[in-house]
Design a protein around this ligand. Structure first.
Ligand code: GSH
Length: 216
């Protein structure tokens, strides 16, 4: 089997989704660890023209966009299946991945997690309180929607872990250690789900660097 290479900045939640998916599949991979500025280098832009992480290579096939990568991994390495076969459960999984890509990351995590954790820990920045205050009112809508979709299920798309869980857990693992995220998740089933997810060997094997975990 061809070697898998994943490019990314350690600590990136999208990178962690790809690595945790590979861990769930018990597939070996090589992480090409990048520094934050490297994603805009001419060499990396050949792999990912939008200059984001992660990027993925498998036997001459190069791919970017996390949800495309994790779906590819699930297709190429079928066991254990990480996408439900039931059409409604699959639709829920896709809906939740969409919520991550359109609302949770760009409107909330990219601001609050960056300002409170990533910027201070990796770039020495001081949190921009105005940016945090502008993003905070969006937390209840997004977290509330995710909590309702989870309901009393074990995992986001039903009783088995799916790509929705593997996309969301790295994002919420960070958000949960910010005051805004903690308050938003309090009283919902999300903390118990997150505890279940973070206890999985795949999530334990892909923990962010310690300085990021301690920064919140
Ligand atoms: N849609 C992309 C988003 C990836 C993304 O935004 N990654 C962040 C790190 S978690 C990044 O590259 N940030 C650098 C930047 O915004 O320049 C995906 O799904 O892979």
């Amino acid at each position: 089997m061809s070697a898998i290479v994943v490019h990314g900045v350690p600590g990136s939640p999208f990178l962690r989704s790809v690595l945790a998916t590979l861990e769930e599949k018990r597939q070996a991979y090589r992480l090409r660890a990048m520094s934050p500025g490297d994603s805009k280098s001419p060499a990396y832009l050949q792999l990912h023209p939008f200059g984001r992480v992660p990027a993925f290579e498998h036997g001459g096939f190069a791919l970017y966009e996390t949800q495309a990568i994790v779906r590819y991994i699930d297709a190429v390495f079928p066991e254990p299946a990480l996408q439900p076969s039931d059409p409604r459960a699959a639709a829920r999984m896709n809906q939740i991945i969409g919520i991550n890509d359109w609302y949770l990351f760009p409107e909330i995590a990219r601001v609050i997690v960056f300002q409170r954790i990533v910027g201070p820990a990796l770039l020495g920045l001081t949190p921009d309180q105005a940016a945090i205050a502008a993003a905070a009112p969006k937390v209840p809508t997004c977290i509330g929607a995710l909590a309702r979709l989870l309901g009393d299920q074990e995992y986001l798309a039903g009783d088995r872990v799916s790509l929705a869980d593997l996309m969301l857990a790295p994002q919420l693992d960070y958000l949960a250690i910010t005051p805004e995220g903690r308050a938003g998740m309090q009283g919902t089933p999300l903390p118990a789900w997150l505890a279940r997810m973070t206890a999985r060997p795949s999530m334990q094997a892909t923990l962010p660097p310690e300085k990021l975990r301690k920064a919140a």
